[in-house]
Design a protein around this ligand. Structure first.
Ligand code: N2P
Length: 389
């Protein structure tokens, strides 16, 4: 079998061409495929997580660091942010069962965590929220001793302002905010935020904006030529005025429906995140993505363990798996977001790694916004004036 372990060989199941976007049915299909391929942990098709199926020694070994002795991991991630095989293969290899739930904005996630204890073991907020999670004492240090693959991370994702040394966070994927547009329906191309924030009359009802404080306010500030981190009352008043004027032409503020709406030619102009727009483009070749010439925002979404989570050991095990180059290549290739593990890039299609919209060159103006304290309040107030609570 050569120098590779069985576990590593199984990861080759991630290297085939991605199929459709993830759905419950495809999880099951992959589970069957893994069972047929004899992946570790799938003894005669036993369902991972029932506690009786592991054949590989690794699968049976207890994982340290859990508060509840259960072969269970509760993951809460963004919608449309994972491929079809990463979870089934992890379940097969570890004999841990994953409950995978999704949310669609940082505000929703934070509100859920603030409302009281949850059973989540992994959440994936955007890095600009980490100071808030820390200040509110909502996350706990990760078990770094169980995540040796942290060394796979690119330096820029280790030496960060929000969590130097990854004590609390492990990056999942990163991307940019831009505009998804339908070239054919709009009859041309788009290169400025102006087309989105001051949409042409013909696009009335065909426009969507992000239901996310950071992106809505930050990109409007950039379009108006202000600092993307401004908290000046005058600047925010101009943002509110701009967005209120656009509102009659906007169909909805959304973060989780525009992939399908762009794909179906229902939406022609969508403020959106890079990978999501590429997922729409996979289904509709008339869809393009642009980072407007005025510049935009860049984000990194990071896995964290909520304070007091039931299975921090299992969470660390998953984080370690997610940092494997083959797993990163599978996720990133499927969702078309950037990987924080450059070792995965040789395993990705060349058209993705050379695409400046996925890996933007240094001359594109991209800011990272940090939202804390008073700034968060002010931006949220401006946002709510436009969108509502
Ligand atoms: C995935 C969107 C995640 C990016 N659909 C937002 N931070």
């Amino acid at each position: 079998m050569g120098p590779y372990s069985r576990e590593d060989r199984d990861l080759n199941l991630l290297m085939e061409q991605p199929g459709r976007r993830v759905g419950r049915r495809s999880f099951l299909q992959v589970a069957r495929l893994l069972a047929a391929a004899g992946a570790a942990g799938y003894a005669g098709g036993t369902v991972a997580g029932r506690g009786d199926g592991g054949t590989a020694a690794a699968a049976a070994a207890p994982i340290p660091g859990n508060r509840r002795e259960e072969r269970l991991l509760n993951v809460y991630n963004w919608s449309d942010y994972i491929d079809d095989r990463t979870i089934p293969l992890f379940q097969a290899q570890t004999n841990l069962r994953i409950n995978y739930d999704v949310y669609s904005s940082n505000e929703d996630l934070l509100a859920k965590l603030r409302a009281g204890p949850t059973d989540y073991d992994i959440i994936v907020p955007t890095s600009d929220f980490i100071p808030t999670y820390r200040a509110l004492d909502l996350i706990e240090p990760i078990r770094q001793d169980l995540v040796p693959n942290l060394t796979n991370l690119d330096r820029e994702f280790v030496e960060t302002d929000y969590d130097p040394g990854n004590r609390y966070t492990v990056p999942w994927q990163w991307g940019t905010t831009g505009i998804g547009f339908n070239r054919r329906r709009l009859g041309g191309t788009v290169d400025s935020w102006g087309t989105l924030f001051e949409p042409p009359a013909g696009a009335k009802g065909r426009v969507s904006l992000l239901r996310e404080v950071t992106d809505l306010i930050g990109c409007a500030l950039i379009y108006l030529g202000k600092s993307p981190n401004s908290t000046r009352d005058g600047d925010l008043a101009e943002v509110v005025k701009l967005l209120k004027a656009a509102k009659p032409r906007v169909k909805r503020f959304t973060t989780d429906t525009y992939i399908d709406e762009l794909a179906a030619n229902e939406t022609w102009l969508a403020q959106g995140w890079s990978g999501d727009v590429f997922q729409a483009q996979d289904q509709n070749p008339d869809v393009s993505y642009v980072i407007p010439r005025e510049g935009s925002l860049r984000f990194v979404d990071v896995m964290c363990v909520p304070k007091g989570a039931p299975h921090p050991g299992n969470a660390a095990r998953f984080m370690n798996y997610a940092l494997h180059p083959k797993v990163q290549a599978r996720i990133s290739g499927y969702v078309s977001y950037g990987t924080p593990v450059s070792l995965a890039k040789p395993l990705l299609p060349e058209d993705q790694t050379s695409d400046p919209a996925i890996y933007p060159p240094a001359n594109i103006k991209l800011s990272i916004v940090t939202l804390t304290g008073q700034k968060l309040q002010k931006w949220r107030a401006a946002y709510e004036e436009v969108v509502g609570p």
